[in-house]
Design a protein around this ligand. Structure first.
Ligand code: SF4
Ligand code: SF4
Length: 85
């Protein structure tokens, strides 16, 4: 049990060092608005060209990626560097 909670804590610490961004392939987006309606954080909006983009901190839930009818969204995962200089 102790080993399991240790592994869980390690996983939580690892996830804390990750950030997510849902990126739109603008050539595929048909401006249907699905991702804007379903994002639980309300961080998908139309950009100036009418294509949907991410405008806030993404949680990486994948909902918009799974629901986009044109496969226009992909999730970019990057590490946060918390080291002090
Ligand atoms: S769901 Fe896909 S096609 Fe529709 S607005 Fe969002 S990115 Fe564009
Ligand atoms: S991955 Fe989730 S939180 Fe991020 S933009 Fe898509 S629906 Fe919103």
């Amino acid at each position: 049990m102790k080993a399991a909670s240790h592994a869980l804590q390690n996983k939580i610490n690892e996830l804390k060092l990750r950030a997510f961004k849902a990126l739109t392939d603008l050539s595929k987006c048909k401006s249907c608005g699905t991702c804007i309606r379903i994002c639980p954080l309300r961080i998908r909006e139309y950009g100036l060209d009418g294509k949907a983009i991410t405008v806030g901190q993404c949680y990486g839930c994948n909902i918009c990626i799974r629901k986009c009818p044109n496969n226009a969204i992909s999730l970019y995962i990057y590490q946060i560097n918390r080291e002090k200089k």
